[in-house]
Design a protein around this ligand. Structure first.
Ligand code: FAD
Length: 427
């Protein structure tokens, strides 16, 4: 089987180590989805590359841990819009989550009745239809087009904003939102999305613990620098998150053009923090595997979290807190986030939750200097920033890739992967 076909089948790509030494054709900064996809594409083209990764692992925001037993994703969880998702071709054992999950709405300490849920779901569909039908104007936020004042509208806005887009709808460009909106099917790989992505990185020329602090693209090639030394190449593909770029963690020489800097500023990182608990004892709270719990927003209470119980029958529950509340908790630290999550679950199950839930894991995407957030949204006025950021600079000598750069699948592993492949062609 040739290298190209092996890639299509998801097998590791063989490469000639001597060809990917200290003077490759292309340097790739970051070994997340975009960097891995770019490296695979370059190898398929017969070009040499080296991936420089700041952290001690591959996968970036796709990261599966087994710290609680079964595979658990601390970052990307679902392969959204599976029919168009480039990673679907590689996925092994998996479930279509839309077909197995039972969606529930919790009102305070009780479940919504069947009639209440049907009413909520109707309102949800009407809310989404209103956004899709709203006239687009560059300055409009999603909230300006959203239905307001209905009994479920605040709950729906919270779900679509903080819990899905990691940012309140008031801060998101309507045009970008509509253009990047996703539909099912949503696949759940049993090995985890991080496990899948790590498998796709096997055999690639990746150097871990190689943080790049400076990138000179003054020409004719590029030079990357860090504590580890320096490396030259013909071209560079930069895949670090917009949080890392906005923090100035990499000094570019010459400075990036004003349009690129404006694009980075227009695509800030939202925050979605993931929290997981391992079950303690035999009590599963009377809840079936794949029960998906959304909570109704209540006046005067903290914005609620959402939960998925016992996926694949595993002994853990995972949940999310997003938007402004996630940033506030992230600044206070993991212990504060865990305490808030325990309180959120106690609001559903009372003291039974505390007895049934043991060890806790909290993701650190907000404070981790290799990410500084979970994924991007476009601010109002900035719907064109993704294309702007993806535009090659210096005749292809410097390209950006990553979820922020994809105008259709922004914020997802699919967008990161496709933008990595596109950058490999452009570089
Ligand atoms: C909680 C959460 C839930 C999510 N859920 C989903 C989901 O269900 N489905 C979905 O499709 N997507 C989801 N996403 C989004 C998805 O994970 C990202 O869009 C995607 O993984 C981004 O890939 P990337 O290659 O663009 O960036 P990254 O994964 O951030 O890769 C960039 C890499 O660059 C490295 N790096 C940083 N600084 C430097 C430096 N100075 N030098 C060298 N390397 C550096 C980082 O360590 C990282 O490995 C989720 C994300 C989070 C955080």
């Amino acid at each position: 089987m040739g290298a190209f076909l092996q890639a299509a089948a998801g097998a590791a790509l063989p490469y000639d180590a001597a060809m990917h030494g200290n003077d490759p054709d292309v340097l790739i900064i970051g070994a997340g989805c975009a960097g891995i996809a770019a490296a695979r594409a370059l190898l398929r083209q017969g070009r040499s590359c080296v991936v420089l990764e700041a952290g001690g692992r591959v996968g970036g925001r796709a990261h599966t841990t087994t710290a609680l037993g079964a595979p658990l994703d601390l970052g990307a969880t679902w392969l959204h819009q599976a029919d168009d998702n480039p990673l679907t071709a590689f996925v092994g054992d998996h479930l279509d989550h839309d077909t197995v999950r039972e969606r529930h709405l919790h009102l305070g300490a009780r479940f919504a009745t069947r009639a209440e849920f049907a009413e909520y779901w109707r309102a949800h569909r009407a809310f989404e239809a209103a956004l899709q039908a709203a006239p687009l104007a560059p300055d409009r936020s999603v909230m300006e087009a959203a239905p307001q004042g209905g009994p479920w509208d605040a709950t729906i806005a919270h779900w679509l904003g903080s819990q899905i887009n990691a940012m309140e709808l008031t801060g998101i460009s309507l045009e970008d939102y509509v253009k990047t909106d996703l539909d099912g099917p949503n696949l759940l790989p049993r090995e985890g999305v991080g496990g899948l992505v790590a498998r796709l990185a096997e055999g690639l020329p990746i150097r871990l613990n190689h943080a790049v602090t400076g990138l000179d693209w003054s020409g004719p090639g590029v030079v990357a620098r860090g504590d580890w030394g320096e490396m030259r190449a013909g071209r560079a593909i930069v895949t670090v998150s917009n949080g890392v770029l906005a923090a100035g963690s990499i000094t570019f020489t010459p400075a990036l053009p004003a349009a690129t800097q404006a694009a980075i500023a227009g695509l800030p990182m939202g925050l979605l923090t993931k929290i997981a608990f391992r079950a303690r004892g035999a009590d599963r709270l009377g809840i079936a595997p794949f029960h998906s719990a959304r909570r109704a927003v209540a006046a005067g209470a903290e914005p609620p979290m959402s939960w998925v119980f016992w996926p694949f029958g595993a002994d853990h529950v995972f949940g999310f807190v997003g938007g402004a509340r996630a940033w506030a908790l992230s600044r206070q630290g993991a212990a504060a986030t865990e305490a808030a999550a325990r309180a959120d679950l106690a609001a559903l199950f009372g003291p039974r939750a505390e007895a049934a839930l043991g060890e806790c894991l909290v993701s650190d995407w907000g404070e981790n200097p290799h990410f500084r957030g979970s994924y991007t949204h476009a601010r109002p006025w900035h719907h064109a920033s993704r294309a702007m950021l993806a535009a090659p600079l210096g005749g292809g000598r410097l390209c950006f890739a990553g979820e922020a750069c994809h105008a259709r699948f922004a914020g997802t592993v699919a967008g990161a992967w496709l933008s990595g492949e596109a950058a490999a062609s452009a570089a």
